[in-house]
Design a protein around this ligand. Structure first.
Ligand SMILES: [Zn+2]
Length: 118
């Protein structure tokens, strides 16, 4: 499991999360963006982000691809909507622009990217 997210320093929010993988951190951040605030963090209800699935994914994408702060090998499965690590499982269906985790890769046909432009 990859651990490439680098923290500036340690704080109480990371308690009991020392062994967390990038996948777990990104999943928590995604849930936070959707309004699920982690235990120990207090945010006034009116300040809580409550983004849609697509908007939350766009912010993660921005931090992965533009700012390059979050690792880009963590993707969300198009089918089951769970995050997974592309270094250890899954398929990227390039012509459809969709990622499938290991559990859902059976949905991708065997010749999935045949005929795509080089
Ligand atoms: Zn899946």
């Amino acid at each position: 499991m990859n651990k490439s997210i680098v923290f500036r320093d340690k704080n109480h929010h990371q308690q009991n999360k020392q062994g967390w993988t990038d996948l777990e951190w990104i999943d928590e951040f995604y849930k936070f963006l959707k309004g699920e605030v982690p235990e120990g963090i207090h945010i006034r209800r009116c300040n809580k982000p409550e983004l849609s699935h697509k908007k939350a994914k766009t912010i993660i994408w921005y931090l992965q691809e533009h700012m390059r702060i979050l690792p880009d090998n963590i993707e969300k499965c198009h089918n089951c909507k769970e995050f997974f690590d592309t270094h250890s499982e899954g398929i990227y269906w390039e012509t459809k622009g969709k990622n499938y985790c290991g559990g859902c890769s059976d949905l991708v046909p065997e010749n999935y990217d045949r005929g795509k432009r080089p």
